[in-house]
Structures are given as C-alpha cells and as structure tokens.
Design a protein around this ligand. Structure first.
Ligand SMILES: Nc1c(C(=O)O)ncn1[C@@H]1O[C@H](COP(=O)(O)O)[C@@H](O)[C@H]1O
Length: 165
C-alpha cells in the first residue's frame, strides 16, 4: 500500500490472485502520485458475502474510488457498483479462452441506472484505472492535481519526435 501511514482512499479489488499480474499496474501510477490504496481479493461469484461486506463498509472506511478487476464472466465491478454509491472503475482481465473479450463485454454492458467506468483489457486498462482514480481524487485535492499535471507533462516530454532506426 502506498503511503502506508495514510488511510487508503482507493480500493483495488480483484476476483482472484491470478489477476494480480495485471492489476498491479494500477498500483504503479498510484505509487508515483503518492495516493494511498489497498488491495483485496473479492469475488462476486466465490466470496459473495465478502463482497457484500466490503461494499457495505467501503465508504465508512474512507474509500472514495473502487477499482475492480476481473476476468471471464466478470460481474465483480457491476455488483460492486450496484451495492455502493462510490465510483467503480472496471478493469477487464485478459482471459485464456477469449482473450478478455468476455471480461470486457461483461463489464461494459451494464444496464441503464448502474454505472461503471470500464477501461481497456489487461495491463493498460489496469494502469489507466489507477490514473483515473487519481484524477477523480484530484478534484478535491490541489496538490494531487499538481502532481498529475507534472506526471502528464513528463509523459509528453518523454515521447521522442524522431523515429529511432
Ligand atoms: N470474474 C470473476 C469473479 C467475479 O466477477 O466476481 N470472481 C472471479 N472471477 C474471475 O475468474 C478468473 C479465473 O480465476 P482463477 O484463476 O482463480 O480460476 C479470474 O480472472 C477472476 O477475476
């Protein structure tokens, strides 16, 4: 957890330990921006009571954004969004059989009235999930906003115009 002395504002949940390889990319940018987060395995399918309790307590514990990664029949993000008013960022995991198309479609095709912010499949989606969580928090955190602007400027500066051959 980044800033281990601080109460986490971002909760990164995932359906299985096997999602961690991808989901750890969400932590990269949060570490860089010094945003405190927690990581947990929570599954709508395998640990429904844990998910219920997590959603019930998340806001009270100071969580402000949830990032939910899951693969295959990926109901985790949608169910979390159904059970809490906190913003939920969904990250579809690449799956063995269908390369994450199953995860993507399960996550993005939410019924009207329950919203998730669905990212790209896999590592880039997880990274952007962390980035989006930081952007949401920066709405009421000027120093984080400044850090984000610096991060963005650095990224821009790092892109060479000339093609290396
Ligand atoms: N999609 C879900 C949910 C859920 O949506 O609640 N819980 C676990 N899973 C997914 O099952 C895949 C295989 O999990 P295992 O590798 O543990 O068999 C993982 O990508 C996980 O996110």
């Amino acid at each position: 957890m980044s800033s281990s002395q601080t109460t986490p504002k971002v909760s990164i949940i995932m359906g299985s330990q096997s999602d961690w390889n991808s989901m750890q990319h969400a932590t990269t940018v949060l570490d860089e921006l010094d945003v405190a987060y927690e990581t947990k395995i929570v599954s709508a399918h395998r640990t429904p009571n844990r998910l219920y309790q997590f959603c019930d307590e998340a806001a009270e514990r100071g969580i402000e954004v949830i990032i939910a990664g899951a693969g295959g029949s990926a109901h985790l993000a949608g169910m979390a969004a159904a059970m809490t008013w906190l913003p939920v960022i969904a990250v579809p995991m690449s799956s063995k059989q269908l390369k994450g198309m199953d995860s993507l479609l399960s996550m993005v095709q939410m019924p009207k009235g329950v919203a998730v912010a669905c990212q790209a499949i896999g590592d880039a989606g997880a990274f952007n999930g962390g980035l989006l969580a930081a952007q949401i928090l920066s709405l009421h955190n000027p120093s984080l906003r400044k850090a984000l602007q610096q991060w963005r400027a650095q990224q821009t500066a790092s892109v060479a115009e000339e093609v290396a051959s």
